[in-house]
Design a binder for this molecule. Structure first.
Ligand code: CDP
Length: 223
């Protein structure tokens, strides 16, 4: 059901941030559908840059060269299903540390966010850097163990041979890289609502997010 009964015509602007495998993508997609809003998974931009750089044989640590690839990124690059894969996520987190890469991707994200209807963007620095003026900010978390378990189950379901312990180590490494980088580190905006999904089903997390959105937008909860 589309939740369009807000009592105001103010655009519904929703920033969802959080660490790897916290469930923010699933949540953001459902929220966007429910409120009839366009949705941008900003991780795809970093994934596309990482994949293009890897395929070109570019050193992912070379900020200048990878920054140049980011400046040339086109929207068709985002349609590649391989971007959703595990390796693309690892490459993304390595190229996302470069200020040149982040700067090249800002305009695309802000233009998307500026749509008159409002929008839902998910990522790491949406509420803090890209879109500090978003009306609703949700920071989705879960313990590293729960996130690693979810990621392992997801990969096993795709027929991949993976070990929980290795995925847990990767989740921790990714957290350290995303939170420890100098530019736009992963952290909740001061005015973000924290949503810990460790003990929540997808449905429960969705309901909790809708409550936050409805009360922040001054609308009413109708589903
Ligand atoms: O959900 P998951 O972490 O698997 O993937 P993602 O959201 O697609 O992000 C992949 C990587 O891109 C993250 O680990 C971050 O390093 C980076 N990223 C970022 O720096 N800023 C964003 N707005 C989105 C992603």
């Amino acid at each position: 059901m589309t939740r369009t009964t807000m009592t105001t015509t103010t655009p519904i602007t929703i920033a969802i941030d959080g660490p790897a495998a916290a469930g923010k993508g699933t949540l953001a997609k459902r929220v966007a559908e429910a409120y009839g809003l366009p949705y941008l998974d900003t991780g795809l931009l970093y994934r596309a840059v990482g994949k293009l750089a890897h395929e070109a044989g570019t050193d992912l640590g070379d900020a200048e060269k990878v920054g140049e690839i980011a400046r040339r990124l086109a929207t068709d690059h985002l349609d590649d299903p391989a971007l959703r894969g595990h390796e693309a996520g690892e490459h993304a987190s390595r190229v996302a540390v470069h200020p040149q890469v982040r700067a090249a991707l800002v305009k695309f994200q802000r233009d998307f966010a500026a749509r008159p209807t409002g929008a839902v963007l998910d990522g790491r620095d949406i509420g803090t850097v890209i879109w500090p003026e978003a009306r609703v900010k949700i920071f989705v978390t879960a313990s590293p163990e729960v996130r690693a378990r979810r990621r392992t189950d997801e990969l096993l379901a795709k027929g991949r041979e993976v070990e929980y312990e290795r995925i847990l180590a990767e989740v921790r490494a990714r957290d350290a890289r995303d939170s420890g980088r100098e530019v736009a580190p992963l952290r909740p905006a001061l005015d973000a609502h924290l949503l810990d999904t460790s003990e929540l089903t997808i449905e429960m997390a969705f309901r909790a997010a809708c409550d936050v959105i409805d009360s922040s937008m001054g609308g009413r909860n109708d589903v």
